[in-house]
Design a protein around this ligand. Structure first.
Ligand SMILES: [Zn+2]
Ligand SMILES: [Zn+2]
Length: 177
């Protein structure tokens, strides 16, 4: 055991490397397959959002989303997506498939941070599904959710939790995309 640990240190094995590069692109697609996203990295994290914009956008009680670096996502045909912003300032552009109207992905630009693409978890291939890290804007919930996932209520607390996870996961995956 000690021998092994020693030799791994010798060859510079990085125990902190959480991001395993995918050998080729994975494909996310909506139910009618008009919108196809090529994913070349893993999601930074996954979360549930109960804000009213997510409710209108998805037509559901809350959104289930996986956050990616924009540099890890390529879309085969952007004309297949209709984007809309639900708040001002328009930091988030929320896209729906023009064919099946399902919520596919959102483009997020936060000044000073890498651009992000937020993908509806349900369109991801199972290989890219991760455990949800939190519920946010839980005070806006339509219904209580009974699970063991941490729940953040209030605007400031929700934003802080989101940014905290974002910084942590961007830091962890630095240099990987
Ligand atoms: Zn939301
Ligand atoms: Zn579609």
């Amino acid at each position: 055991m000690n021998q092994l640990a020693f030799s791994l240190v010798e060859v510079g094995f990085n125990y902190n490397a959480k991001v395993i590069p995918l050998s080729n692109h994975e494909l996310a697609q909506c139910c009618c397959a008009t919108v196809q996203l090529q994913l070349s990295g893993k999601p930074l994290f996954r979360g549930y959002c109960h804000c009213t914009s997510c409710q209108s956008y998805t037509g559901r009680n809350y959104s289930d989303v996986s956050i990616f670096r924009a540099s890890d996502v390529a879309i085969t045909d952007e004309s297949a997506v209709a984007f809309k912003s639900y708040q001002k300032p328009a930091l988030v552009q929320r896209g729906k498939c023009v064919g099946c109207q399902s919520s596919t992905h959102e483009k997020v630009s936060i000044p000073g941070l890498p651009d992000l693409i937020i993908v509806a978890t349900e369109i991801l291939p199972p290989t890219l599904e991760t455990e949800p890290m939190m519920h946010m804007f839980y005070h806006r919930r339509v219904k209580d959710v009974s699970d063991n996932v941490v729940k953040h209520s209030g605007f400031i607390k929700s934003q802080t939790a989101f940014m905290g996870l974002l910084f942590k996961t961007l830091w962890r995956s630095r240099g990987a995309g």
